[in-house]
Write a protein that binds this ligand. Structure first.
Ligand SMILES: [Zn+2]
Length: 169
């Protein structure tokens, strides 16, 4: 099932998501649906709040279907180590059409649970490290615009308000 992507302005995006406690069939189905919804929206990462579900789940595929082994499911993830710095343009499915340079750690290690509840660690660099940081921010109710200047953020907010008024958001 493809869920519509929740856009900036919806309070679910600014809420701290709840930990997952049930590793059941419902969770498996939700994760399948999250990948399906992410690909349909042409994204490389999606957090559950972005489909209106306030739970600590994120899916990532920085290869966008090219490498099936690149599909990553992060449940109750935490960043346990970061290194270095990178600044690249960043976008978000919940803020379509906008992109801004955002500084992030260049390398990041996460500790998370898989779909069966088993803990694992994964380390990413460059785009994958950025995806870890971006998606885990979502689970803490933060969007990437929290990392840009107030001036730029206000500009985006103003543009979004215009689009909402025009019925285009
Ligand atoms: Zn996002």
């Amino acid at each position: 099932m493809i869920y519509p992507i929740v856009k900036y302005g919806d309070p679910v995006l600014e809420k701290v998501a709840a930990p997952v406690t049930a590793f059941d069939e419902g969770l498996k189905k939700l994760i399948e649906d999250m990948f399906e919804s992410m690909y349909a929206a042409h994204g490389v990462g999606l957090a559950a709040p972005q489909i209106g579900i306030s739970k600590r789940i994120a899916v990532i595929d920085v290869t966008f279907k090219e490498d099936p082994n690149a599909k990553l499911v992060l449940i109750n993830p935490e960043i346990i180590h970061t290194e270095g710095k990178q600044t690249q343009n960043e976008g978000c499915l919940s803020l379509p059409e906008f992109r801004e340079p955002v500084s992030r750690a260049r390398r990041a290690t996460v500790r998370a649970q898989d779909v069966t509840g088993k803990f694992f660690e994964a380390t990413g660099e460059e785009l994958l490290a950025r995806a870890f940081q971006h998606e885990i921010d979502h689970l803490n109710g933060r969007l990437y615009i929290a990392h840009i200047s107030g001036l730029k953020r206000d500009l985006i907010k103003r543009k979004v308000r215009k689009l909402v008024k025009a019925g285009e958001w």
